[in-house]
Write a protein that binds this ligand. Structure first.
Ligand SMILES: Cc1cc2nc3c(=O)[nH]c(=O)nc-3n(C[C@H](O)[C@H](O)[C@H](O)COP(=O)(O)OP(=O)(O)OC[C@H]3O[C@@H](n4cnc5c(N)ncnc54)[C@H](O)[C@@H]3O)c2cc1C
Length: 501
């Protein structure tokens, strides 16, 4: 399948002789079966296989699949030896669909696939944490927590996606941004040294989970970062709610601004919890929408009585304000309702169950998770918006303009991250073929430009827009500071520049 062509970025420094030596040593550490090398030059850009966004396949020196954190430390040590040793691009399960899947941002990197590190090393249900490795999936962790008083904060991506990989990219779950779940990280620094930053359990240690420690905290340095390779994390496990109910509202697209301001008040006053979501008509289709109306899912959790009471306050408010064409809070419990299954799955996801069979995910993508990269066409654009009706209407207008101009079908889901902040998820689905991909990539470029001009900047980047961090940074001196840290910690570029270099 030919792919969408992009400008080739500067490749990391390598010398073929040194790369060969490093990979031979890597094979001695990991075993030959855990090292995938290209057969010839043409094979370098085929090694990772296709990606769902049809980003240009980068040339890759090799794929390494360690099985233990100790092996990761040895590998990072090898790549740190000289400026010619090559650079590593780390993935956990590599399902970063819409932003690049497993692709590095630049040519010439060696992909370090940590999917084989898949142990839950430790678990404390009383204190509410788990120590997990990069290959632990949200499906796996939620299965382990079944019937316990704790849950995991799940995303609406597939059950087979990594909890840690998503958190390190500042992904968003239904209970909040996953980065907030990180309490401690085990990091392999360039050179191969292992450090544990943030909070970490130790035998006999009774200190409660508190990620900040004393003095400057190093934990945030390793999120969206090329300063180290993360081999494990302490993640928070929220208490399991005794009851969850989702109120579903439908409304006319023309009322989007007014609804946004109304829902903002409800979020600010605690009438809905977790990450409530507002869907434009295209996004609402996946949840039973008719293609014309917008929809909102407003979750409430707590004891059965508090859920009952809050839901009643919420639905009263919704009826009274006169903005909604539909107000419903019983679909999840009413087996006769046509939306019973969908709403039930949404309620369970808010309660920490990631839909192990991927029913909603497969409905959206049209293919099972293992075929997304080879058979579906998909791109994400992820700007942040202020939680205000006029800002949301402006963003919606820009989206329609780009859709009209490019002929690409765009959908938007607003994740309400708090009373002041919205994560606006713009998704593009297209046929997995070159012409449709080119149109979608044109739309993506237009979205980056139009939203930046309106002051709506993205919080996650795709592999083709890796340079945007410099352009969008409020203070270039702050970017320069992280570059100084990079030069200090990783003088030989053992870790590839990545999307946030
Ligand atoms: C239909 C659909 C729904 C989706 N829903 C959501 C959603 O609700 N929320 C959401 O956030 N995303 C969503 N996604 C996007 C994506 O699938 C998820 O974010 C997914 O969890 C990312 O893939 P992964 O977990 O395999 O992480 P990876 O691809 O393994 O990692 C993500 C990135 O983090 C970095 N990284 C990973 N591991 C390490 C490490 N050990 N050390 C250092 N850096 C590392 C790398 O830069 C990597 O590219 C959705 C996608 C689709 C198609």
């Amino acid at each position: 399948m030919p792919e969408h062509a992009t400008t080739v970025d500067r490749a990391p420094a390598t010398s073929p002789g040194e790369t060969r030596t490093v990979l031979e040593e890597a094979a001695r550490i990991l075993g030959e079966d855990r090292v995938l090398r290209p057969r010839d030059e043409a094979d370098e850009s085929r090694l990772l296989g296709p990606n769902t966004s049809l980003f240009r396949s980068r040339r890759v020196a090799a794929v390494l699949r360690p099985a233990t954190a100790e092996q990761v430390a040895e590998i990072v040590g090898l790549f740190s030896r000289t400026p010619d040793s090559g650079s590593l691009h780390t993935v956990s399960t590599g399902r970063n669909w819409g932003l690049g899947s497993r692709e590095p941002a630049q040519d010439g990197a060696t992909v370090l696939d940590l999917g084989g590190l898949d142990r839950v090393r430790d678990l404390d249900l009383d204190a509410g944490w788990a120590v997990i490795e990069p290959g632990v999936t949200q499906g796996g962790l939620s299965r382990l927590l079944e019937g316990t008083p704790r849950i995991t904060n799940v995303t609406v991506s597939a059950a087979s996606t990594s909890v840690l990989g998503n958190a390190l990219d500042r992904g968003v779950g239904l209970r909040g941004q996953r980065t907030e779940d990180l309490a401690g990280l085990e990091v392999i620094l360039p050179g191969g040294e292992r450090v544990r930053v943030g909070w970490w359990p130790a035998p006999g240690r009774t200190a409660p989970l508190y990620p900040h420690g004393l003095g400057p905290s190093a934990l945030p340095l390793f999120v969206q970062s090329n300063l180290g390779v993360v081999t494990a994390a302490v993640v928070r496990l929220p208490p399991r709610p005794e009851a969850v109910r989702v109120t579903r509202l439908t409304f006319h697209h023309a009322d989007l601004a007014a609804v946004t301001d109304t829902v903002r008040r409800w979020v600010a006053q605690g009438l809905t919890r977790g990450v409530p979501r507002i869907y434009d008509p295209a996004a609402a289709r996946s949840y039973g929408g008719d293609g014309n109306a917008c929809m909102a899912h407003l979750p409430v959790d707590g004891t059965p009585a508090s859920v009952e009471a809050l839901t009643s306050v919420l639905t009263d408010e919704a009826h009274r304000c006169g903005l909604f064409t539909g107000v419903s809070s019983t679909e999840g419990t009413d087996p006769g309702h046509p939306l019973h299954e969908i709403t039930g799955l949404v309620e369970r996801a808010y309660a920490g169950d990631p839909d192990l069979a991927d029913r909603l995910f497969e409905d959206k993508m049209g293919v099972p998770a293992h075929e997304v990269d080879s058979a579906a066409g998909f791109l994400f654009f992820l700007p942040l918006l202020p939680f205000a009706g006029d800002a949301v209407a402006r963003a919606d207008g820009l989206l329609r303009e780009v859709a009209e101009e490019t002929g690409v079908r765009l959908s938007a889901t607003l994740h309400l991250l708090g009373p002041d902040l919205i994560d606006c998820v713009v998704a593009m689905k297209f046929a997995h073929e070159t012409e449709a991909a080119e149109r979608a990539h044109r739309a993506l470029d237009r979205l980056y430009a139009a939203y930046a001009a309106a002051g709506f900047t993205p919080y996650r980047l795709d592999v083709d827009h890796a340079g945007e961090r410099d352009a969008l940074a409020p203070d270039p001196a702050a970017v320069a500071l992280t570059r100084r840290l990079k030069a200090l910690l990783d003088p030989n570029d053992a870790i590839a520049p990545g999307r946030y270099r």
